[in-house]
Ligand binder design. Structure first.
Ligand code: ADP
Ligand code: CDP
Length: 239
């Protein structure tokens, strides 16, 4: 238990507070809050912070076992994780197995929940003001956000993460619809998987029922969302 981690608050986002411990490490504290529509809907969600931190620690540790380099160092058993401090690449990498969400809004010719012939990987610029627009690989390179080699590595990692998580979900009777990843670069210029992996950043179904933030987007209460995260953790054996 490492709850004596201390640091200066350097950032407060929608889901987490970030504290700097030193040059090398950050603490991320998951908030007992849920937001949707770029922060327009926001509610107190007691217990959610711990559940999302537990999910993130569980998935990052699992990915680490498969050789996927990620920022997790430790979890305090509550709402905080200790991570390696990275220079973040300001893009959201989305992997999709089934047609849902913003995919359907831009491509209405595909029926909802159609399974793709192979997983799709797409990039969005991280910008609340612009509502995270879809961008191309060329856009990323031309803007100097990442090199072509780094983008290729990110795509390969995102697809590996998808295989690992999808297999786990299937073994528990769950369906992984889609998810979002973020990456950063460490001091040795390695691309490292960062941020969180939780019900806030993925869509996961049990018998067609969401165990993820989509519930809240569709109007469920924060308490119902917390119950769904508890159910997801139980199914995955997350403490
Ligand atoms: P948002 O900024 O989207 O509201 P959060 O509330 O989740 O998001 O805030 C967490 C912030 O920390 C995000 O900006 C994310 O990109 C950043 N971040 C995640 N992992 C790391 C890391 N290892 N090093 C530095 N920054 C990170
Ligand atoms: O949520 P919305 O329909 O607007 O977006 P999407 O592009 O269909 O989202 C794809 C996946 O990425 C979902 O699992 C979202 O939960 C996740 N996502 C996220 O975690 N953060 C974002 N800013 C956008 C999407």
């Amino acid at each position: 238990m490492a709850s004596n981690w201390v640091g200066e608050l350097i950032y407060e986002g929608k889901a987490k507070r970030v504290y700097r411990v030193n040059n090398e490490f950050l603490v991320m504290e998951f908030k007992d809050e849920v937001t949707a529509f770029d922060g327009v809907r926001k509610e107190y969600a007691p217990g959610k912070g711990r559940l999302a931190a537990a999910q993130t620690a569980f998935f990052m540790r699992l990915l680490d076992k498969y050789g996927i380099r990620n920022h997790l160092v430790d979890w305090d058993g509550d709402r905080k994780i200790l991570v390696r401090s990275l220079k973040m690449i300001p893009i959201e990498v989305i992997v999709r197995n089934y047609a849902y969400g913003s995919f359907l809004r831009r491509m209405p010719l595909v029926r909802p929940m159609t399974k793709f012939s192979r997983p799709l990987v797409e990039f969005h610029l991280k910008s609340d003001e612009l509502h995270d627009p879809l961008i191309t690989m060329d856009d990323i390179v031309e803007a100097g956000l990442a090199s072509r080699e780094q983008i290729n590595e990110i795509v390969n990692t995102a697809l590996s993460v998808n295989s690992i998580l999808s297999e786990l979900m299937i073994s528990r009777g769950l369906v992984l619809v889609d998810f979002k990843l973020e990456f950063g670069v460490d001091k040795s210029n390695n691309v490292v998987l960062a941020d969180e992996l939780s019900g806030d950043t993925m869509r996961v179904l049990i018998n067609g029922r969401h165990l993820d933030k989509e519930l809240f987007r569709k109007g469920a209460s924060a308490m119902d969302l917390v119950k769904a995260y508890e159910e997801l953790n139980k199914l995955l054996g997350i403490p």
